[in-house]
Design a protein around this ligand. Structure first.
Ligand code: NAP
Length: 525
């Protein structure tokens, strides 16, 4: 696939109106072509107008047409996976094999959403038939289904350049819901973004859909993102990135004359609690496993386990030693962008300044944007006095907390802000303490893991990738897994409708054979 560097707005290619940028290989610090077009408010206006024009026909597509469209995107991702992986490897300095896996995950995600669409359960069809004889007053026929909220703006993430980017889970779930999508591509991987956008653009064409179903814009600075969030025809936003950026966009959307939902995924330290008998039985194994997971993707993962808490006792020194060994043996590796590397260095220093003691360091950097691995330790009392130590350090650094006793462990657990995940390592004899810890964790996280680490991320029906603020801006939803579609749906009741005016999911003959809530009973009737 030849890259032009153009913005893809509906079926059109649009050249630069606000300058250009080139991709950067952070491993070599070299920029390389082509020149990628940057746009501004005019390009946003065109893309959003097209999305709005596309809305009615796309929202009304039959389930089969929409599902086949999602399958075509999956096929396109598969067909282009080698080129995509190669390009993103150059744009991140990370191995291409990693991105073959990510492309496959994204393709699978689109196919899974095609299944969700075919099943039609996302409509949540509910039918309360007329009861003309009901006393004291008759009931009219009521039917409810969920439809898409409208065009969605998606901010692609830097750290998973496919599965959280242009053809990532946000795009897949929004398109499955029936919402046209405009992606603001992340500038860290412009070529990879273009390949994904072209795959989707081609699938729109091959499916005979309105061109406005998908557009990709790109810009530098905040203006383009702000124009998207401000646009009155945009009806929802998704974002993965920093807390500062996510909250700026969230607040902006709430200040519109018509506030809209903004689903941000921002920051999480994914605390890991080692309960005493597990520490006694297998402290070294847990320490090694934790450090290994912490270092995946140079620590640039939303599910990176960053803080490990253990009550000082038998097994603690083995745990600590195993972590020191793995982290000390680590080479420094290129981080995703210069900006992320600079933020990492600053946050490591902030952790040191807050009183955490460095107990291990990997090899020093050789490339300009390499991230050196670190392990810090702090005691529980200090942590309780220093809330800044609970902040995320995005990169290959972890904090080991030496806890005094059960009560201090529970007190620290209560200090955590909202998290994407929390983990407990335990044995049967730890269950009494786990029972006390569990409700504290339930209130603070979207996923609780026992005796494993929070990777790899499953994409399935029971997946929750979400949690209370600041992990996300709306703890009621997930951004990964089949439930992600719910962010883009809203319910509509059709009252007293003749059959021919009803949407397919609510028609009396149930032509698609959908599961529906029929007068309170789940049935295919
Ligand atoms: P970011 O700076 O938050 O940017 C994400 C996207 O949002 C970019 O496209 C950016 O555009 C745009 N954006 C950010 N703030 C904006 C604003 N106020 N108005 C309009 N658009 C805005 O995230 P990043 O570049 O991916 O990484 C920076 C830091 O975010 C990392 O160091 C890390 O701490 C955190 N991060 C966390 C996660 C996680 O999963 N927890 C994932 C990724 C990053 P521009 O690039 O054009 O500015």
């Amino acid at each position: 696939m030849k890259l032009t560097g153009n913005l893809l707005i509906g079926a059109s290619e649009v050249g630069a109106t606000a300058g250009t940028l080139q991709a950067l290989n952070p491993a070599t610090n070299e920029k390389f072509g082509p020149d990628f077009a940057l746009g501004g408010a005019a390009e946003v206006e065109r893309a959003v107008q097209l999305a709005d024009e596309a809305f009615d026909s796309y929202n009304a597509t039959s389930l089969e047409v929409r599902a086949a469209f999602l399958d075509r995107i999956a096929d396109g991702l598969d067909a282009n996976a080698p080129a995509l992986a190669e390009r993103i490897s150059l744009e991140t300095g990370l191995p291409a094999a990693q991105f073959l896996g990510e492309a496959a995950r994204s393709a699978t995600q689109f196919r899974q959403f095609a299944t969700v669409v075919r099943q039609g359960r996302f409509r949540q069809a509910a039918i309360d038939p007329a009861q003309p004889e009901r006393q004291p007053r008759p009931r009219m026929d009521h039917r409810m289904q969920k439809i898409a909220v409208g065009p969605i703006a998606i901010f692609g993430a830097s750290n998973f350049p496919i599965s959280y980017s242009v053809a990532g889970g946000d795009t897949a779930s929004a398109l499955a819901a029936g919402a046209p999508v405009i992606v603001k591509a992340h500038n860290a991987h412009p070529g990879g973004s273009e390949i994904q956008a072209r795959v989707i653009q081609q699938a729109v064409k091959d499916s005979g859909l309105h061109e406005g179903v998908f557009s990709m814009v790109r810009g530098e600075g905040n203006a383009i993102g702000e124009a998207l969030v401000d646009h009155p025809l945009i009806k929802g936003v998704t974002f993965t990135g920093s807390e500062v950026g996510g909250m700026a966009l969230y607040r902006r959307a709430q200040q519109r004359p018509d506030p809209i939902p903004v689903f941000t995924e921002m920051t999480s330290v994914n605390p890991t609690f080692i309960l005493p008998i597990a520490l006694f039985e297998r402290g070294a194994t847990i320490g090694d496993g934790f450090a290994e997971r912490m270092l995946v993707n140079v620590g640039q993962a939303c599910l990176k386990p960053a803080i490990l808490l253990a009550i000082d006792g038998v097994g603690y020194s083995e745990l600590k030693q195993a972590m020191i060994e793995r982290i000390s043996a680590m080479q420094a590796r290129t981080m995703l962008t210069p900006g992320i590397n600079l933020a990492y260095r600053k946050n490591v220093e902030a952790q040191r300044a807050a009183g955490a003691e460095q107990i291990a360091a990997g090899a020093g950097p050789t490339g300009e944007w390499d991230g050196q691995s670190f392990l810090f330790e702090v005691d529980g009392a200090r942590l309780l006095d220093t809330p800044a130590l609970l902040d995320e350090v995005f990169g290959p650094s972890a904090l080991l907390v030496r806890v005094r006793d059960d009560e201090q462990l529970l007190a620290i657990a209560r200090r955590f802000r909202g998290q994407l995940s929390a983990t407990m390592h335990l044995e049967r004899a730890d269950h009494a303490l786990a029972t006390r810890l569990l409700p504290i964790l339930e209130r603070r996280t979207g996923r609780i893991v026992i005796n494993a680490f929070a990777h790899p991320q499953e994409v399935s029906y029971a997946t929750i990738h979400g949690g209370p603020f600041p992990a996300t801006s709306d703890s009621r939803f997930t951004s990964v897994g089949m439930g992600a579609i719910e962010r883009f749906l809203r319910p509509v009741t059709y009252q007293g409708f003749p059959d021919e005016l009803l949407p397919e999911a609510l028609q009396r003959a149930n032509p698609r054979g959908l599961w529906r809530l029929n007068d309170g009973e789940l049935s295919k009737a």
